[in-house]
Structure formats: C-alpha cells, structure tokens
Design a protein around this ligand. Structure first.
Ligand SMILES: Cc1cc2nc3c(=O)[nH]c(=O)nc-3n(C[C@H](O)[C@H](O)[C@H](O)COP(=O)(O)OP(=O)(O)OC[C@H]3O[C@@H](n4cnc5c(N)ncnc54)[C@H](O)[C@@H]3O)c2cc1C
Length: 453
C-alpha cells in the first residue's frame, strides 16, 4: 500500500512586510523552513556548506511521523506517493519466531525521496524522483546556494543580521557576507550558530552506534521478505536492538519488488574502545568522528560485524545485514536543547537538529524539523503568538530529547536498581517504551518544565 500527499498549499495573501530570511543548512530542516516561509510570501536564501549542488544520499529510511506527513500535505505539490506503509509491528525471538505483534499503520519514506521532493518544491530542482511543480504567484523568492559555509554572524545595529561565510566551492575559500532580516540556524546537531550562542550546549556520545543499511527486497529469501514486507520488525537482546522496515527504492520507486529493506542495528561500542575506533575508521584509514558514510566501511571491520550478527540475531535480520553492500555507521549522540530557541531579540532562530539532537529511537528528527518549520511560519503569518511558537517548539525539543535518552539507555543498558546494579528490561517493558513513543504529538502530555519559556 502507498500513501500519496494531499492537495498541497493553503492559499495566502502577500505578507504586509516581505522579510528576507537567511537559512544556514540545506538539509531537511533548512528546506522545511524555506518551504514554509516561501509559502507565506517571504524571501529565503539557504546557505549550505556542501561544495556540491546536491547533498549525498545516505540511502536510509525515515519513519514519517504525523508532523512529517502533515508538512508534506501542506507544502508538497509533486503528484506522487511519498511513503510506503507498514501494517503491523512484530517482535521476534532469536530463532526468528514472532513473539508479539500489534496491528498499526505507519508510513516509511527515505531520506533521498524527502530531500528531492523538498528541493523540487523549494527551488525547482529536477530529478528522477518527481516532476517540478509550477511556482505560485504568492510565493516568495527561494534561493539555494551550495558551497557557502557560515562561520559567524552579528546583529546589524539598525535591525537585521549579517552572516559571514566562506565559499567552499572549487577550494576558493573566498570570504563573503550576506545581510537579512532573520537568521535561521538549520545547521544540524553540531550547529555552528548554536555553539556560538550557547557554548554550554554540547553534543556527547551515548556509548553505542547504529549500524545501518538497505537491501533491495528482491535480493533476499522469501521467509526474510515476509518478515519485513508491510511490517515494522524488531528484535531485542542485552546491548542490542535491531529494527527493519520497507522504504521506497531507487528514485523513490514504491513498486513492489523494487523497494528497499532498511535496518537500524544498535549495538554497544564503549567510548575510547578499540571496537569503536575500528568501526569508525574507514577503508582508507580515516577515523570518522560521528558518521561513517555508505561505501566507506573497512571490509574487515564489516566482516567482523556480519559474523557477530549471524551469532546474535534472528536469521531474517542476520540475512539482511550480510546482504548489505554499502552499510554505514552512526555513533549515537545527545544534543540537549539550549535554554531558548532564539536569540538577539528573535533575530536568530534555531530549528531541527540545531535546536535539539534526538536519539534515533524516537523516530522524530525529521518530524521535529517539519514541526518547527510549520509552527514558526504560523507565528510569522500572525496566526499564533511568539509565546505559543516558543512554548510549542521548546516543548517538543525538550520532551522528545529527554524521552530519546531514556529509551536509548533502557534499550541498550537496562535499568539501574536501588542496589546500583543494572538489569536488562523485559520485552514487555521495551514494547511499552516504544508504544508510548508512538502516541501522536497532539495526544502527548508534556510536563510543565518542557514548555517553560
Ligand atoms: C546527508 C544527510 C543524510 C541523512 N540521512 C538520514 C536518513 O537516512 N535517515 C534519517 O532519519 N535521518 C537522516 N539524516 C538526518 C535528518 O535529515 C535530520 O535528522 C532531520 O531531517 C533534521 O535535520 P536538520 O536539517 O535539522 O539537520 P541535518 O540533517 O544535520 O542538516 C544540517 C545541514 O547543515 C549543513 N551545515 C552545517 N553547518 C553548516 C555551516 N556552518 N554552514 C552552512 N551549512 C552548514 C550541513 O551540511 C547539513 O546539510 C540525514 C542528514 C544528512 C545531512
């Protein structure tokens, strides 16, 4: 079953005063806010440090939460399916038998399909993923500049902000500046803007990694395909969690047989250990700090992981790991939100991973970026107050970041008892954690401390 986006935008009158927003970061966060502001008639310029025109596909899946789907419904005008759906959650034991299941529809997409949909809608980038929709008369100007690495910024005395960047295209490294009314930091979990404003807000390693990858559905045996087709499948063991689901395939195809099985395999790699160095050192000997891109993994290190997978995982999960041609590795990190999501009299605003970096267990990072973008655009359009925008976006960031840490610790390390000893959680407890995390945002009850501004 596939999911199509609805009829996109909600017609808008031109804004009373057109503003120019400079957005730092051209990944899903930067594109989301660019699209939402363009739709209410404001001009935006995205500065992306990557020296190439398009970001590289990491070939991985995204669970499209309610806010991601709501975002696409509002702003995506490309007429094509945006996700594949899963109908059931299933938990497996080590022998590959289903030990728990729950009927539940969830939508799964891929990073690359989402990126190309957003680029088609934002600045008309053509691709094999989708047709480019015609611009609408009320849209603001949307400019995307690659190879622009933002280094610093300052308030302009009479209003607005000045951004300093270096041009990283063809190694020129020329310095430049750009002025705008408001600066949006969508520069990800290691945000330069956040570090500059809130130096105490640091990114820290959580003690485990996610080994990730995809396999075409036609490349696995029938019993394995049955475990993942229209299923969101899980396996837990002490120190291990693996989950897998189907996502769109090459160029975003949702054709049965052409889709991809996507997995996320969390396993312990203690800080400072030889194993951590080994898994994050690529085939050319370069030690990556947080993410090892697809296709770079050292074959020897990966062979070792395959043997461990065959030993510790149910056969269906071991098969997809062993069949993966371009795995990648992501060290799991925490980025707690700083005390506020704006600074310099709201002339600088933080969104997405630059505001708070969640552990992937929450499956909420793309949803956060979409939610931040929609909520901020509502504030700029005068539909909600500044307090409401801040309460909502800080609430989402604090609540979800905190929950991600708890889910990750409980899943990978267990729970510390009063005697100071750690015990692994039962499967029922782990299922309950995930079920709680799946409560739609509108039904979540955020404690008072999360929405304090
Ligand atoms: C290439 C890529 C692939 C990803 N793949 C997946 C995936 O498969 N599944 C998934 O769930 N999530 C993925 N993510 C993460 C996911 O996109 C984010 O968690 C979420 O969408 C919110 O992202 P963000 O835009 O806030 O931050 P990020 O996605 O981290 O993007 C930040 C962007 O800012 C740019 N940037 C950083 N510093 C500067 C600077 N000083 N000047 C200019 N630009 C700067 C970076 O190059 C990057 O493009 C990926 C992210 C990237 C960048």
């Amino acid at each position: 079953m596939t999911v199509t986006n609805g009829d996109a935008h909600n017609g808008n009158l031109p804004p009373a005063k057109k503003l120019h927003f400079i957005i730092v970061g051209g990944s899903l966060g930067g594109l989301s806010i660019g699209l939402a502001l363009k739709d209410i008639g404001h001009d935006t310029t995205i500065l992306e440090r990557n020296p190439e025109k398009l970001l590289h596909n990491q070939g991985a899946g995204i669970v499209a939460g309610g806010d991601s789907l709501e975002f696409l419904k509002r702003y995506n005008r490309c007429d094509r399916p945006v996700a594949v759906s899963s109908q059931k959650r299933q938990y497996y034991d080590k022998d590959g038998q289903v030990v728990h299941e729950r009927v539940m529809t969830q939508n799964m997409t891929s990073w690359d399909l989402t990126y190309f949909l957003m680029r088609a809608n934002y600045d008309g980038v053509k691709s094999n993923y989708c047709d480019v929709p015609e611009p609408l008369p009320h849209h603001g100007k949307a400019v995307h500049l690659h190879g622009h690495k933002v280094t610093s910024f300052e308030a302009i005395p009479d209003g607005g902000v000045r951004v300093h960047y270096i041009d990283t295209r063809s190694g020129s490294n020329n310095a430049g500046t750009m002025d705008g009314d408001i600066l949006i930091a969508a520069d990800g979990p290691s945000s330069t803007i956040r570090s500059n404003l809130f130096p105490d807000s640091q990114r820290t390693f959580a003690g485990y990694c996610a080994l990730r990858g995809t396999v075409p559905e036609h490349a696995v045996t029938s019993p394995t395909l049955l475990a993942f087709r229209e299923r969101f499948a899980f396996f837990h063991a002490p120190g291990i969690q693996i989950l897998a689901y189907l996502i769109p395939g090459i160029n975003g195809t949702v054709e049965p047989g052409q889709r991809l099985i996507n997995f996320v395999y969390y396993t312990l790699f203690p800080e400072g250990s030889k194993e951590l160095d080994e898994i994050l050192t690529d085939k050319d000997g370069v030690r990556h700090r947080i993410t090892m891109p697809p296709g770079k993994t050292d074959p020897k290190a990966w062979e070792k992981q395959k043997a461990i997978a065959r030993d510790r995982l149910p056969p269906q999960f071991a098969e997809i790991i062993c069949a993966t041609k371009a795995p990648f590795v992501q060290a799991i990190t925490d980025v707690p939100p700083p005390p506020a999501n704006s600074a310099l009299d709201d002339r600088v605003v933080l969104i997405g991973d630059a505001l708070a970096g969640f552990r992937p267990h929450t499956v909420a990072s793309t949803s956060q970026a979409c939610f931040d973008a929609m909520t901020y655009a509502e504030f700029i359009a005068g539909k909600i107050s500044s307090e409401e925008w801040k309460r909502q976006t800080m609430g989402y960031a604090r609540f979800t970041q905190d929950r991600g840490v708890k889910m990750g610790v409980r899943s990978q390390f267990g729970e510390e008892g009063e005697d100071g000893k750690w015990r692994a959680l039962s499967l029922e407890e782990l299922i309950r954690d995930r079920d709680e995390a799946s409560v739609p945002r509108r039904e979540q009850v955020w404690p008072e401390w999360t929405t304090r501004i």
